[in-house]
Every structure is written in C-alpha cells, then in structure tokens.
Ligand binder design. Sequence first.
Ligand code: NAP
Length: 345
Amino acid sequence: MSQRIEVGVLGATGMVGQQFITRLADHPWFKVTWLAASERSEGKSYAAAAPWRLAARMPDAIAKMTVDGCVPGRGPKVVFSALDANAADELEQQFAEAGHVVLSNARSHRMDPLVPLLIPEVNPEHLSLLEKQRHAKGWKGVVVTNPNCATIVLAMALAPLRPFGLRRVNVTTMQAVSGAGYPGVPSLDILGNLIPFIGGGEEEKIETETLKILGEPDKRHSVVVSAQVNRVPVIDGHTMTVSVELKSKPDVSGVTDAMRAFRGKPQELRLPTAPNPALNVMTESNRPQPRLDADLGGGMTVSIGRLRYCPVLTHKFVALGHNTIRGAAGASVLNAELMKAEGLL
Ligand code: NAP
C-alpha cells in the first residue's frame, strides 16, 4: 500500500498509549499523525509528556510531536483510544458523533449491544453491528472495542472449544502489574506478594464479555463463566488456569488438535500483525510462563499449556497472553487491520 492511513492516539501518553506508538511506528498501513491526552500533557512535546516505560525506544519522529487535547474533530478520522476509562465514557462517544472511527481499549462501550466487542480470529461477523450502530445512535462515526486484557486471553482459548459444547468455565487469573497502568500498584504492596482482588469490576468483565464475544452479534453464548482474579508481581503477561466443561467430552488429543488448528480471518487475510499461530499449544510440563512466552508472535499469540482432564469439570489447561499487546494496543491495531481489509475504514 503506497499511501498510509493517518491515525491518531487518544491517551497516547499512558501505558497502552505507548504500546500503540511502538506498534504503529513502522506499520505498513497506518501512520500516526496526531497524539492527544489530558490537560496535564496538552501543549508539551510527546517526549516531555510521556513517562516512557517500554524497552523499545521512543520513535524520534513521535518524540518531537506536540500532544494535543482530546478535542473531537481535531485529529484524523481513525483514532485509537487508550483513554482512562473515566475519560473514555464521554470522549469516545463525542469522537464517534464527530465522525471518527474510534478503536477503543476502554470498558466504556464494550457491553453496548450495538458496539462490536471484537477479536478478529473469533467473531469478525460482529462488525455487522456497525450499520445498526450508525443508524440507531445517529453517529457519523463508529466505536469498535477490544476486550479486557484477561478476557481476550480466555476468549481466544475457548473459541476453538465451542463445537464441543462449551457449558461451564472456571478461571483463576494471575495478572501482571502493567495491567494497572502507571504507576499502578505500589511496590510495597506487590513485591514478594500477591493481591487477590482487582478493582474496576475485573471479574465481572471476564464473566460477561466472554459471553458476548463467543456469541452471535445479537445473542450471547450460553456458557457460564466464574472468574477469580489476582494481581501478581509479573511485569507483562496475564496467566490463567482454566477448567472447562465440554458437553461432548472429547479426549485430550481432540481438544489439543482443535486448539492447534485454530485460525481466523487475520491469518487467512495475512493481516500485517496477525500472529501465526494464533494459539501456541505447548507440551512442556512447566509452560507457558510470562517471562518466556508472553512476547511470542510479537505479543499477539496466546499460549496454552498443561492441557489435561479435569476431575470436576471435563478439561483443564493454562493460558497466557501479553496484556498490553494482545490484551490492549495490539488487539486494537488488529481490529483496525481487519476493518481496513473489509473496506470499513
Ligand atoms: P494510563 O497509563 O493511566 O493512561 C491513561 C491515559 O489517558 C493517559 O494518556 C492520560 O493522559 C489519559 N487521560 C486521563 N484522563 C484524561 C482526560 N480527562 N482527558 C484526556 N485524556 C485523559 O492507563 P493504561 O493502562 O494505558 O490504560 C488505558 C486504557 O486501556 C484504560 O481504559 C484501561 O482500562 C485500558 N486497558 C489497559 C490494559 C493494560 O494492560 N494496561 C489492558 C486493556 C485495556 P495524561 O498522561 O495526560 O494524564
């Protein structure tokens, strides 16, 4: 593609905003031409406003850009949103009203029945909601969301199990500190410790978003999900232990084969940041581990391990995904790539 599409980033200075900058730096289809954040950052150079926390270097061209305020109509048509959820509640709607295509990470619109909660490998048909969304809300633009950072890992692991009759799921998460933004959890609370609670309705998000993602555009999946969440002293990568009840009680090799074969539109269309494989099924008894496996596929692959029978439900396994890439910025960028490929940008 000779001409890249201009894009903006709302909340560009935060943890997820920085991942957007990194992932879009050399993107073949998109070019960042506008950065926006709160009044605290407005008018400053990006280098001065963003407390850079990533190992990848801040791109020189971005460092010199001036951060704007989040004013609808000012930036390019396509904007990625890494806004704090409280700010996103109103701002994302205002950007959609003003004609922007908003690709959001925030919780604000995820459970709106007219807003796609999209994972391109799992439910690309949910983009059909956009026509209804425009019509019903009277917006000139649209909002498309990606799931909560733990939900996306679980939903990707469960998607290939739908044909077996997915009935019940019990999930316990061990979530990285980067999931809480910067500065996040105080070091004296988390070092040498874990916290068996994550605020902001984290458990409810996993229990409800999963049903919307795995269901039809207008009908939730019937699976029942019970989630218990923990914050652990890991920098990047949400790990979870999952027990599932599958109606047809397949043998373990059948489940393994289904997970290994799992692929979707991103892989078929060879979208620029599509991971291959989407699910990495590991056989080592002590994997996946966040430090070793979270970056696989540029942080876009979800790793599965320890797949075996469960004496309470039917099967159990461990799943791991990179929370600020597959669970946030990378998910949004893949959503935008699918929308571009489908002529929706
Ligand atoms: P963060 O580090 O706290 O960054 C928040 C960003 O929002 C900053 O750029 C901040 O700008 C901006 N902002 C705050 N209030 C604003 C306002 N009133 N007007 C305009 N901009 C405002 O948070 P984060 O971890 O990057 O998370 C961003 C979003 O992604 C949240 O909705 C979060 O729930 C979601 N999310 C995060 C993760 C993760 O793993 N971290 C995963 C999935 C989803 P200033 O720097 O100028 O204050």
